[in-house]
Design a protein around this ligand. Sequence first.
Ligand code: C2E
Ligand code: MG
Ligand code: MG
Ligand code: MG
Length: 284
Amino acid sequence: RAKRGGKSDFHFFESSLDEQARVRREMELDLRLAIKDGGFELYFQPLYSLAREELEGFEALIRWNHPKRGMISPAEFIPLAEETGLILQIGEWVVREACRSAREWPEHLSVSVNVSAKQFSTPGLTTTILQALTQSNLRPNRLELEITESIFIADVEKTLSTLHKLRDLGVRIALDDFGTGYSSLSYLRSFPFDKVKIDQSFVRDLNVEGNNAHAVIRAITTLASALGMRTLAEGVEYAEQREILRREGCEYIQGFLLSRPVPASDVAALINCRDVGGLLRAVG
Ligand code: C2E
Ligand code: MG
Ligand code: MG
Ligand code: MG
């Protein structure tokens, strides 16, 4: 096994805890520099309404343009940002930048912003959101905050109170990566989310025969709709998946089938491309 990996694996096995700590410290310093020097960029991925066959808005997804390592995905640095608390400054930048971008789009389009658990539990969150809305002059209901089930691991009372404060600002709240957490169903009942984002793993399961994936999707869309929530499926890559999702009552989709996340400068092209549905129908 070690042989197959060649030299880099050898290096990996040799790397001591000291070495790992050094790399981590270096990355933390680089993150601090990126915050100071504007080393981040937002990419945007369309959210598409199957029912109305039109764009609903875009999800903002952060990228780190590292001076030496190039574009780094959030999966690589968000965990460290959370551990070090740097996520708070990064998160503030994300919401400000997302609102500023959305202000340039047609009025009916919304912007979705990911809020991490650490960010969610800080007292300054509602102020940060309010300031971003005020500075950009964006209508609050054009901003959607995406939270995950992990926020419920903390004090549930406090979590619910924060959710209600945010709702009172007029922003929308989506439950991201739904179905991957522990006790997903009970969380769904605890707050009137505007939208439930079905995790990509369930959409991927649709490709496999005989695993009841259709039934799981149908159960989620039925329950969500009974609770007055809309459903979006993440990670839709194939027209076949889109058709099953449509049949099973899913209202919105997001995924590479429509478009990969694109830099802000390419958003206008997606908005103007006789709506993204054209692309969708072409692919389907
Ligand atoms: P997420 O919020 O669930 O975002 C969806 C992820 O799935 C994105 O990865 C997106 O590029 C990817 N994706 C979209 N469509 C497809 C598809 O059809 N197939 C596949 N295989 N993947 C697809 P990304 O951009 O790497 O972000 C990963 C995660 O990092 C996000 O998951 C979110 O949890 C976190 N994240 C991203 N931006 C931010 C941010 O600004 N703040 C915070 N706190 N977290 C962020
Ligand atoms: Mg998300
Ligand atoms: Mg997600
Ligand atoms: Mg995810």
